[in-house]
Design a protein around this ligand. Structure first.
Ligand code: UD1
Length: 357
């Protein structure tokens, strides 16, 4: 039996593939490379010494996706694929609703048809909007503030309706806080298109000399030093959370929602200072206007995941900075190779070209 990973070539997806392969799972990755590169999967294969069955498919293409279900023995799906840029979602809401929501509906319809009813869904702490109080528990009020956030919230609601219509479904919804860091090998990491929107990739681009200085969005929040506070979580801890969430739905029925965060908040200035300490590289910055839609403080209460999944984030902010930097400094331009893949294919480290049928 195999695990289907949608969006498996992306930042969180690729790290989760490593953890699953290391746990002995066989995986099938579906990705359209809209925000990722084949090279990440090649490196996952290199890191693990395992093969990856791969299909280059856009999830909106139902007939192509159906073939994946027909041709394989899929036991469960981990669904990462989706667009995730907040600003872009404000300008192109329909693109976001179609890409994120329609594709999830198509995926779930096929899962239902082929009786694959175990799903781990990649949600986000963005569903909490501006939190009224911290730490944020899973039962805290939900309010998305932009189309991207609404797609996550709507999908969560669709999945709940699906479960209530058919309780054979077993679903884990994972609400990520702020994933940063990279695999400690420096082989895989975050590779955003263009100028990064998020803090850590921006810092590493400044550190590597590709951007001049960090702009810190606001210094008058009611926080320790006036800059925004977030719950940064190492992507490898996050990836391990997916393996445990999968174990959970293999063992028990129901729909489960988990925060995946560390439970600790760090301000922007604290992250800059942790980065400088971990790497010895100075990050020039200037304070600018607050970014619209930014909360002052956001961090998780992760106790439910600890209790029910036996999951706990182990890596420190120092580890996160060191690993982000190892990835960025060894790969200043991210994944640069852009090989064509056969479709479908089996990916192995040295060669993409083993045809799969
Ligand atoms: C952002 C998204 C959120 C999404 C998450 C995914 C917004 C408003 N929110 O969260 O919906 O789920 O990414 O990872 O875009 N900061 C700077 N300078 C920068 C970048 C960020 O000062 O160049 C500050 C921000 O004001 C914030 C903190 O750093 O206080 C973290 O920002 P970011 O990494 O963008 O994450 P979020 O805003 O928490």
């Amino acid at each position: 039996m195999e695990i289907l990973i949608t969006g498996g070539a992306g930042f969180i997806g690729s790290h989760t593939c490593v953890e699953l392969l290391n746990e002995g799972y066989e995986i099938i990755v579906v990705d359209n490379f809209s925000n990722s590169k084949p090279e990440s999967l090649k490196r996952v294969s290199k890191l693990t010494g395992k093969l990856i069955k791969f299909y280059q498919i856009d999830l909106l293409k139902q007939d192509l996706l159906e073939k994946v279900f027909q041709d394989n023995q899929i036991e469960a799906v981990i669904h990462f694929a989706g667009l995730k840029a907040v600003g872009e979602s404000v300008n192109f809401p329909l693109k976001y609703y179609e890409n994120n929501i329609t594709s999830t509906i198509i995926l779930c319809e096929l899962m239902q048809k082929y009786k694959v009813k175990k799903l781990v869904f990649s949600s986000s702490a963005t569903v909490y909007g501006m939190p009224e109080k911290v730490p944020i528990s899973e039962g805290s009020p939900l309010k998305a503030l932009n189309p991207y956030g609404r797609t996550k919230l709507m999908i969560e609601e669709i999945l709940q309706d699906l479960y209530f219509s058919d309780t054979e479904w077993r679903i884990s919804i994972l609400r990520y806080f702020n994933p940063i860091g990279a695999h400690e090998s420096g082989e895989i990491g975050e590779d955003p298109n263009g100028i990064p929107n998020n803090l850590m990739p921006y810092i590493t681009k400044v550190a590597v000399g590709q951007l001049e200085e960090l702009q810190i969005y606001g210094k008058d929040y009611s926080t320790i030093d006036g800059t925004g506070v977030r719950d940064y979580i190492h992507v490898v801890d996050l990836a391990q959370g997916h393996v445990l969430a999968l174990d959970k739905i293999k063992k028990s029925t129901g729909i489960h929602i988990f925060n995946l965060g560390t439970g600790k908040g760090y301000s922007v200035l604290e992250v800059v200072s942790a980065f400088e300490t971990a790497t010895g590289v100075k990050i020039p910055f200037k304070i600018t206007q607050p970014r619209s839609g930014d909360a002052a403080i956001c961090y998780a209460n992760p106790l439910k995941a600890e209790k029910e999944l036996n999951w706990i984030a182990k890596k420190t902010i120092h580890d996160m900075c060191e690993d982000s930097w190892r990835w960025q400094s060894r790969n200043p331009n991210g994944y640069t190779k852009n090989e064509e893949l056969k479709n479908p294919c089996l990916i192995q480290s040295e060669d993409f070209l083993i045809p799969n049928n």
